[in-house]
Structures are given as C-alpha cells and as structure tokens.
Design a protein around this ligand. Structure first.
Ligand SMILES: NC(=O)c1ccc[n+]([C@@H]2O[C@H](COP(=O)([O-])OP(=O)(O)OC[C@H]3O[C@@H](n4cnc5c(N)ncnc54)[C@H](OP(=O)(O)O)[C@@H]3O)[C@@H](O)[C@H]2O)c1
Length: 267
C-alpha cells in the first residue's frame, strides 16, 4: 500500500506549518500534489504560505490559526478533522524549554505538555477512525532523538517527546495491515534557519556546518519514509549518533552527559 493519492476532497494536515520543519513538510506535500490544512497560531504566516503553495502547485490550502495547547481552541479543530477525509496528518508543532524545570515558567511547561503530547494524541485519535475505515492514510509524528533518553535541564521536552516517540511506534504496531502508515520523525538538531552569528546558540557554535541537516531535507526524507511506511526516520549524522546513544547507552551514563550539555543551553 502507498499513501492515498491526492484528490479534490482529501487533505493533508500539517501542524506547526508557520515555520521550520512544518513549512518544509507543507511544501513537500504540496509539491506531491496534496491539498492542505495548515495549522499554527500565526495565521498571517500560514496565509502567506497557503498563497505561495497554491500558486506554485495548483493545490488548495486551508488555514486554521489555532493555539493547539489550548483545549478550548483545539476542540473545534479536532471535531472538524474527525468529520473530514484526512489522508495524511503531520503532527509536527512542538516547543522546547531548557534549564531546571523548577525554575521555569509553570504555565509554559504545562502548555508544552499540552502541545507536544496531548494535542498529538487528540489529533491522531480524531483522524484514525476515518483512515482505518478507508483502509488508507499516513500519520507522521515529529518526536525527537531527545525522546530516547532522560535529559536533565530539558525534562519536560524530553518526557513529552518520549510520549510522542513511544505513542507513534506503539500505534504503528496496532495498525499493521490496516493500510494506515505510521512513521516517527526523531531528529537531533535540524537547522531551520541560518543563525545570526551574534545570536548563535551553543549548539550552532559547536556543531560544524557540514553536520547539520536542513528542514527541506528532513521533510523530504520524512514523507519518503511515510510513503514506504518506515518505522522511524532519523535524518543526519548527529541525529543517528544521538539516537544510538539514547536508545542503547546506559541511562546512568547518558543522563548526566546530556544534562551537562543542556545546562549550557539553559544558561
Ligand atoms: N529543529 C530541530 O532541531 C528539532 C529537533 C528534534 C525535534 N524537532 C521537533 O520538530 C518539530 C518542528 O520543529 P521546528 O524546529 O521546525 O520548530 P519551529 O521552527 O520552532 O516551529 C514550531 C512550529 O510549531 C508551532 N507552534 C508552536 N506553539 C504552538 C501552539 N501553541 N499551537 C499551534 N502551533 C504551535 C509554531 O507556529 P506558531 O508560533 O505560529 O504557533 C511553528 O509553526 C517540533 O515538534 C520539534 O520538537 C525539531
């Protein structure tokens, strides 16, 4: 089975489409002829993207400016998606915080859990019955290499991405032979835009240019992997290294090493 072919009725949904990997996923899907529903908070950016992709590829692009961390705003979108023919769902919107969790803003930490984990669960469960009934569909979840291991000073993010990683790969086992493809995108660092040298983060400064992967490359290999129903896509050398260390390294060893590195990001 392959992914559903684009029709005038069906839609590929991309959350977090207003920047970074989400914009690239939307462009990749539009390039393959899929009409879209673009989701994020910044409606102005989504409208510009919708216009650009419509002109370039002759697809239809609908915009839903929704704060996915807000249950009241998310509810109507969940209801809409459960009633429509959704061919592909890219659960991609996500945020991260760095530093000791007790010192971080409580409301923002809660919003992070709601966005990175609960919204992913809600949107997936909304589209799943329709996909199963049609015997076709694709669900891509943007987890993270950070979800493979405990990371002090990145606790909420690492734990929320552990949910995303495990939910995605568990769901996949349930959907074997259903015709619904499920793929986890679990990257390490992806360079979503070139950093201003004056404001470059420690990761930008420490990782040589040739080791970064771009949003566009990440989006392409992700949709290729979803089309082939691969379990997990891990783009680039650093991501693969992080993935192996996180999945197979002893946690008593990887946690303090990762924690020391992330303490610098928190600073
Ligand atoms: N880039 C990396 O190095 C990397 C590595 C591993 C995993 N990932 C994961 O990949 C995904 C995309 O990352 P990225 O680097 O492309 O991120 P990004 O450029 O910061 O984009 C995040 C997207 O999420 C949307 N978003 C944030 N809060 C939202 C909310 N409350 N409601 C709805 N949308 C919201 C943002 O749009 P608005 O601000 O307009 O709402 C934006 O479109 C994330 O899940 C991230 O955790 C990224």
């Amino acid at each position: 089975m392959s992914l559903p072919s684009p029709t005038s009725e069906n839609r590929a949904v991309v959350t977090g489409a207003s920047s970074g990997i989400g914009t690239a996923l939307a462009a990749e899907l539009a390039g393959r002829g899929h009409s879209l529903i673009l989701v994020a908070r910044r409606g102005d950016l989504l409208n510009e993207l919708a216009q650009r992709l419509t002109l370039a590829h002759g697809i239809t692009a609908e915009v839903r400016a929704v704060d996915l961390s807000d249950r009241a705003q998310r509810g109507p979108l969940v209801e809409e998606l459960s009633a429509r023919n959704i061919s592909i769902l890219c659960n991609n919107a996500g945020i991260a915080t760095f530093g000791p969790v007790a010192q971080l803003d409580l409301e923002y930490e809660r919003a992070q859990m709601e966005l990175n984990a609960v919204a992913v669960h809600d949107l997936t469960l909304a589209v799943l019955p329709g996909m199963i009934a049609r015997g076709a569909g694709g669900i891509l979840i943007s987890g993270s290499a950070a979800g493979n291991m405990p990371i002090p000073n990145n606790a909420t993010y690492a734990a929320s991405k552990a949910f995303a990683n495990t939910f995605c790969e568990s769901l996949r086992g349930e959907l074997k032979d259903s015709g619904v493809h499920v793929t986890l995108l679990a990257p390490g660092p992806v360079r979503t835009e070139l950093p201003d040298p004056a404001e470059a983060s420690i990761v930008d400064r420490m990782v040589p240019d040739f080791m970064w992967v771009s949003s566009e490359y990440t989006a392409k290999v992700s949709i290729d992997a979803l089309a082939r129903n691969k379990m997990r896509v891990v783009p680039g050398l650093i991501s693969k290294g992080m993935s192996v260390a996180g999945q197979y390294g002893p946690r008593a060893l990887t946690a303090p090493i990762a924690g020391a590195f992330y303490r610098k990001l928190g600073g």
